[in-house]
Structure formats: structure tokens, C-alpha cells
Write a protein that binds this ligand. Structure first.
Ligand code: OAD
Length: 237
């Protein structure tokens, strides 16, 4: 029998869930935004100015992610999906570690590093070449391809966002795992859930702006803490 708390569960993940797999986070001591300027690499203006530079950075990240494996935190979410009646995994991550772990339905708020989009026709294609064959990558139509990810200053896909809001608004339990909770609209999902009566639990190495709203803050690495938390939730604690 399912405990009621497990009926409708939403999990929002951020870069921290992939940290123990070896994927760098954005903020924090070794974060990408400490080494690189987002304005030079993750904006439409940067891409217009220097598409090769932007693609080189994505090509490097794709190579890095291709060599990483999902960790125990990703795997725990696979088990949650199997056991909860209504489960939605929402991620800000553009890596594919949730999919590779076995999660079936993943709402990717910020797109996927393994998809490319034609800047002329808007067609999205899967592309797993490591390294990319051509820099900057080009579509068969001759136009430039860009990573199918959301850059600073760009809007999230409306359908994807609606799906995420709907799940957050109606869940009983929301887990926020490994996110600094400062990039909106993703960061507002846990507080929306909380305001609609959901129990909110945060898992992070440190406290975040979300922590004051959480019913519980679990401090520690996700790969260690999430399996323990899941075991506890299944016991109804
Ligand atoms: P951040 O890099 O901002 O935050 C990572 C969070 O994970 C921090 O709060 C860390 O404390 C925590 N963390 C690190 N290692 C952890 C571990 N082993 N276990 C648990 N927590 C850990 O990443 P996001 O919140 O995902 O946007 O960043 C949000 C967005 O900002 C990204 O999607 C990206 C970035 O700019 C776009 O690319 C549009």
C-alpha cells in the first residue's frame, strides 16, 4: 500500500545532483560561473558574436558529461518514479544522467545539451557526436545550429513550463535537490508547491534561499542523503 504522502510527488533537481557524477555545478567554489563569464557563453548575444567559442564550450561540456555516470541520487529517483502513483521529475540540468539512470519522464526546463536546433528552421535534432564534427555546428540547410538549451535572457518553453507549474501546484510532496534556488522560474516551483499545501524537503550541501520555506532541510551530498531520505519517506516518516 502506498502511503498518502507518496501519492503525488514532484522532485526539482539542479546541478548539485550531478556533482558527485563529476559534472561541474554553475555556482560555488568550483562552479563554471567562477571560471567562465555567462555573458560570453550562455546568451544569444554571445552566440551571435562568436558561435565557435560558444560551441567549443558546449563541445567540451558534452565530452565531459559523456564520460560521467549517474549516481545513487539519480537512481533513487528512478525508484521513486516506479513506486509513486503520480511522480514528476523536473530538472534544470541539461545533462542526460536522469535518463541514463532510467527515469522515464523528465521535464527538462532548460533543454538538453544533446539536442541542437537550427537557427533558421527551428527544427530540433538529437546529436550525440563527441566531439562535434564541425565547429560551429551547421544544419543540412546551411544555417548555424545552436545548442537546444535555454540561455540567459531567453524564455523557457511554454508547454514545458506549464507542465512543471501544474505538477508543482498539485503535489503532496516536493523535493528540491541540489539547486541553488536562485534562477527563476525554476526556483519558484518549490515555493508554489509549499503555498498550495505540499510538504517541502530540500537536499543540498548548504542552506539556500529556499531553506526558510522548507519543512525540512537535509544537509549533505545528494548521493548519500537522497537514498536515506527515500527509505525514510517509504516508512512514512
Ligand atoms: P547551481 O550551480 O547554481 O547550484 C548547485 C547547488 O547544488 C548549490 O546549491 C550547491 O550547494 C548544491 N550542491 C553541490 N554539490 C552537491 C551535492 N553533491 N549534493 C547536493 N547538493 C549539492 O546549479 P543550479 O541551481 O542547477 O541555467 O543552477 C540553476 C541554473 O543556473 C542552471 O540550470 C543553469 C545555471 O545558469 C541555465 O543554463 C539556463
Amino acid at each position: 500500500m502506498h502511503n498518502r504522502i507518496l501519492n503525488s510527488v514532484v522532485v526539482l533537481t539542479g546541478a548539485g545532483i550531478s556533482a558527485e557524477s563529476g559534472v561541474p555545478t554553475f555556482r560555488g567554489e568550483d562552479g563554471l560561473w567562477r571560471q567562465y563569464r555567462a555573458e560570453d557563453l550562455a546568451t544569444p548575444q554571445a552566440f551571435m558574436r562568436d558561435p565557435t567559442l560558444v560551441w567549443e564550450w558546449y563541445d567540451w561540456r558534452r565530452g565531459l558529461i559523456a564520460n560521467c555516470e549517474p549516481n545513487a541520487a539519480h537512481r533513487t529517483l528512478v525508484d521513486m518514479e516506479r513506486r509513486c502513483e503520480d511522480f514528476t521529475l523536473i530538472t534544470q540540468n541539461v545533462d542526460d544522467l536522469h535518463h541514463r539512470a532510467g527515469s522515464k519522464r523528465v521535464v527538462q526546463l532548460h533543454g538538453s545539451i544533446w539536442q541542437v536546433r537550427c537557427t533558421s528552421e527551428g527544427i530540433v535534432q538529437e546529436n550525440h557526436d563527441v566531439p562535434l564534427r564541425q565547429l560551429p555546428a551547421r544544419c543540412a540547410c546551411g544555417a548555424a545550429l545552436r545548442p537546444h538549451v535555454v540561455w540567459f535572457g531567453e524564455s523557457l518553453d511554454g508547454t514545458v513550463l506549464e507542465e512543471a507549474y501544474a505538477a508543482a501546484e498539485s503535489c503532496d510532496l516536493m523535493l528540491a535537490v541540489g539547486t541553488s534556488a536562485i534562477v527563476h522560474p525554476a526556483a519558484s516551483l518549490p515555493t508554489i508547491a509549499k503555498s498550495r499545501g505540499a510538504r517541502l524537503i530540500e537536499v543540498n550541501l548548504e542552506r539556500t534561499p529556499l531553506s526558510p520555506y522548507a519543512d525540512e532541510v537535509v544537509l549533505g551530498p545528494a548521493a548519500e542523503e537522497l537514498p536515506k531520505l527515500w527509505a525514510r519517506l517509504q516508512e512514512g516518516v
